[in-house]
Design a protein around this ligand. Structure first.
Ligand code: BGC
Length: 757
């Protein structure tokens, strides 16, 4: 019996294990479970995917979404849930998922996935929340908290820079440290520090040449030393390249089982002295820590699963994930009195989740057509499939189109369900374009010709081009919404739910406009993140590009007026509060997602025109007003200074845009933020321009340069003028040209003075 760091007793410790037993614990015991050590009473820990429903396989095992899993509630995938911007909702879904895992005896749910949507083409975007690190970080935190509140661990994935599927097991994401830190790692940083996930799953890919599974910088320096992660790092399934290097780097558990092959490598390395046993002890200790947490099970839930109650949770979440993109002349909500032609196979056979390891086996399945019939009073509702979802049979498609157009012509309103097919987007491969199938677009055109009162409902896990945008009066972005999506869509169409979701990703007009357009593919083994910080709206705004619908956009059946915002901070080190009063100016109760973007004019570093730093949801009854308080973390204003290898909050007058979307700014205020007491160190390689503004080096240099010398180029005796012409010169080279005035005995002590800062 030993005591762990919290003082609680636990029945096993690293010290009780043999070298062979410790090595054995570094890889899985089966496809989904860790190893047990019976002699030491160490049980296995069972894991299951995630992230939007439990995928626990009772029979054949795979991570491809092929063999069946036990029935479980399919909640909206992250593409939908991300649009809710609702941390409370995401936490509730996490708790429901955690409860199902707990009932099923699962110790770790493999999710959430919080990778940034770098390109709309990533086949797995449906599993990720957003193109923005703050949205991804806040919602990821909520998900982990929810799952873990039920005594089940979360596995935050895929760490890191896994933003595409093609060649994901080998390709190297070549990304500069500043965007890596500010865009791709920032959400992981937030979740790790705010929610302490029990495990983090390393990604398949390499980052700047080094596999994530054997990257000491990523898994130890950043994750543990800087962020304080104390949990277990697990490999993505099959992500391990060199097991021993991985262990040294901080990759504790390899999954799935390897038949003992890599355990033997670890054992041999310890025995021949090439691997320090302390590294093995550390990994074993982390695994035992996970076992203890699972055994402790605080918050665990007793079965049986209340299938109906969880279905209702999924329905509520789905309705809050639907984005109303356009609603001209208030075509929506539909009145129960009008006749409706429902068109499109997805209304009957919904697309509700994506392919691959996250594929669940839902407990129930709602479809939109039945739910629409439930809402429509006496008015007639017809259904026509309109097109074949799979296969190519032009004759059959023409017949279906013909039938649908006839139905549209004789109804008051046509509601056309179009979207991506199962094959179009999945884990394991990327898309190559943004287009919907041409037969679906042709159907829509034909319907519009006979009935201009046409509503489009989109089913897609990642954004699609909307060439019909100007011709269709109402567009509903219904993403993939899980098993209750059909009812949720009908709830929104008929106004039983007032839509409140907003886009967590930009919908571009053309793929060619998008940030990663030229550098999405793997080229010679690498993916160049050439757009740097300019991901998503950061790019479209910086380039001044038109988009179909901007990040943060989403309509309601009511409208909201924004008052004048105010901004204040209690002290230089505290978070910044932005306050704004919002009025529900319409005649329906509603929810508004209020967004705060910041910028720093005159910043010394490159920055996007505006960046999201906070958001809040205001639930406001018709005609009422409410003050909304948004908290901007001071740390989130920091940029990553690569030279200094640290975060720096630059001093200055920051602009705070309070907005209804990234392109609908309603009120702007500014606040002077005191910067970090950070003074860069000057070296011989620093430029004259860098040195001249330094608090100690600058004045000393100035004194010399301001002095008129009898000859040479320092003769002008004007430090500013000299610096404006020769500012790019590294000091060492500048000094050589300057000659006597800056000989080493003079320059060296000046440079040295910067180190005592
Ligand atoms: C996926 C992970 C998943 C794992 C287990 C991998 O292929 O990338 O997200 O958790 O399989 O199914």
């Amino acid at each position: 019996m030993t005591h762990d760091s919290t003082g609680a007793t636990s029945a096993f410790s690293v010290d009780d294990l043999t070298l062979e037993e410790k090595a054995s614990l570094t890889s899985g015991g089966s496809f989904w479970a860790t190893k047990s050590v019976e002699r030491a009473h160490i049980p296995e820990v069972l894991m299951a995917d995630g992230p939007h429903g439990l995928r626990l396989q009772a029979g054949a095992e795979d991570n491809l979404g092929l063999a069946e899993s036990i029935p479980a509630t399919c909640y909206p995938p992250a593409a939908g849930l991300g649009s809710s911007w609702d941390a409370g909702l995401v936490e509730a879904i996490g708790a429901a998922l955690g409860a199902e895992a707990s009932i099923a005896g699962v110790g770790v749910v493999l999710g959430p996935g919080i990778n940034i949507k770098r390109s709309a083409l990533c086949g797995r975007n449906f599993e990720y929340f957003s193109e923005d690190p703050i949205v991804s970080g806040i919602l990821g935190t909520a998900s982990v908290r929810g799952i873990q509140s039920r005594g089940v661990g979360a596995s935050l994935k895929h760490f890191a820079a896994n933003n595409k599927e093609d060649d994901r097991l080998r390709s190297s994401s070549e990304v500069a440290e500043r965007p890596l830190r500010e865009i791709y790692l920032r959400p992981f940083h937030r979740v790790v520090t705010d929610a302490a996930p029990w495990t983090v799953m390393c990604s398949y890919n390499r980052i700047n040449g080094v596999y994530s599974s054997e990257n000491p910088w990523l898994l130890t320096k950043v994750l543990r030393d800087e962020w304080g992660f104390e949990g277990l790092v697990v490999s993505d399934w099959g992500a391990v390249n060199d097991r021993v290097a991985g262990l040294v780097a901080g990759m504790d558990l390899e999954m799935p089982e390897t038949g003992g092959v890599t355990d033997a490598q670890i054992l041999a390395a310890v025995q021949d002295g090439s691997l320090d046993e302390a590294s093995l002890d550390q990994a074993t200790d982390r695994l035992l820590g996970l076992v203890r947490k699972v055994q402790d099970g605080t918050g665990a839930v007793e079965g049986p699963l209340d299938v109906e109650a969880h279905h209702d949770v999924a329905r509520d979440a789905a309705s809050r994930s639907i984005v109303l993109l356009k609603n001209d002349d208030r075509l929506l909500p539909l009145s129960p009195d009008v006749s409706v032609a429902v068109i499109g196979a997805f209304a009957e056979t919904p697309r509700f989740q994506g392919g691959g390891s996250s594929k669940t086996n839902p407990t129930r399945m709602d479809n939109a057509i039945d739910a629409i019939r439930g809402h429509a009073g006496g008015a007639g509702v017809t259904f026509s499939a309109g097109f074949l979802v799979e296969g190519n049979d032009p004759e059959k498609d023409a017949d279906l189109r013909h039938e649908a157009v006839a139905a549209a012509a004789s109804a008051h309103v046509a509601v056309v369900f179009i979207g991506l097919t199962d094959e179009a987007e999945s884990e394991g491969y990327d898309r190559v374009h943004l287009d919907l199938a041409s037969k679906q677009l042709e159907l829509l055109d034909a319907v519009l010709e006979v009935n201009p009162r046409t509503v489009v409902v989109l089913s897609n896990g990642s954004v699609v081009a909307l060439p019909f945008k100007e011709r269709v009066p109402a567009i509903v972005e219904a993403w993939l919404l899980g098993q209750a999506g059909g009812s949720a869509i009908a709830d929104v169409l008929y106004g039983a739910v007032n839509p409140s979701a907003k886009l967590a990703e930009t919908i571009p007009i053309r793929l060619q406009d998008s940030p990663a357009y030229l550098d999405f593919d793997v080229d010679d083994g690498v993916v160049r993140y050439s757009e740097g910080l300019f991901v998503g709206y950061r790019w479209y705004d910086a380039r001044g590009l038109e988009v179909a619908y901007p990040f943060g956009h989403g309509l309601s059946y009511t409208s909201f007026d924004y008052g004048q915002a105010t901004v204040a901070s209690a002290s230089a080190s505290r978070d910044i509060k932005v306050r704004v009063t919002i009025t529900n100016a319409g005649d329906r109760d509603g929810r508004e997602i209020v967004q705060v973007y910041t910028s720093l004019p005159g910043s010394s570093v490159q920055r996007p025109p505006r960046e999201l730093k906070a958001f809040a949801i205001a639930e406001i009854s018709a005609g009422e007003s409410r003050e909304v308080v948004l908290s901007v973390r001071r740390d989130d204003l920091a940029y990553w200074n690569s030279a200094a290898q640290r975060w720096v909050v630059e001093a200055g007058e920051y602009i705070f845009d309070v907005a209804a979307s990234s392109r609908d700014i309603r009120s702007t205020v500014s606040l002077h933020v005191e910067g970090d007491a950070y003074v860069p160190t000057i070296s011989h390689q620093s430029t004259l321009a860098e040195a001249i503004v330094h608090p100690t080096v600058g004045p000393a240099l100035r004194a010399i340069l301001d002095e008129e010398t009898p000859s040479g180029f320092l003769a002008m005796g004007d430090a500013d003028k000299i610096a404006s012409i020769m500012g790019d010169f590294p000091l060492v080279r500048f000094a050589r040209i300057a000659g006597e005035a800056l000989r080493p005995e003079v320059l060296d002590p000046i440079i040295h003075s910067s180190r005592s800062e």
